[in-house]
Design a protein around this ligand. Structure first.
Ligand code: THU
Length: 132
């Protein structure tokens, strides 16, 4: 799957976002080595803090099916806003553990695309090794 397709799958997932409070829809797609892919969309809740972001839903789905960070080739995260949105702090913490440092993360709002890695988005992150 090429980059354009990955982004387009994430936009498909974005259509299923449940965002009645913010009206801000986000979609994500995690691509794994064997060609499988996992979608996620943000799912909000009247108790706002219970909301789950698109990228967490997508990566949790990949892990649920047994894939791990070394299986993941790339991830796309898209939104319909004016800006190219990068993952929130909670998602950065989650992705810093569940993605490799150099895995490309394609961010797009449909007009502009930026590629980042967790190494760039979350330097000096708190992780497993700190608990040893
Ligand atoms: N959101 C995401 O899904 N991913 C992000 O990286 C930023 C925020 C969602 C959470 C909430 O449903 C809405 O966008 C507004 O914050």
């Amino acid at each position: 799957m090429e980059q354009k397709e990955l982004v387009s799958m994430a936009f498909n997932a974005m259509k299923n976002a449940y965002a009645p409070y913010s009206n801000y829809k986000v979609g994500a797609c995690v691509l794994v080595r064997d060609g499988n892919y996992f979608l996620g969309a943000n799912v909000e809740n009247a108790s706002y803090g219970a909301t789950s972001c698109a990228e967490r839903n997508a990566i949790f789905a990949a892990y649920t099916y047994g894939y791990r960070k070394d299986d993941i080739i790339a991830m796309a995260i898209v939104s319909g806003g004016k800006t190219v949105a990068a993952p929130c702090g909670i998602c950065r913490q989650v992705l810093s553990e569940l993605l490799n440092e150099y895995t490309p993360i394609i961010l797009s709002n449909g007009r502009e695309t930026v590629i980042k890695t967790m190494g760039e988005l979350m330097p000096m992150s708190f992780g497993k090794e700190d608990l040893d």
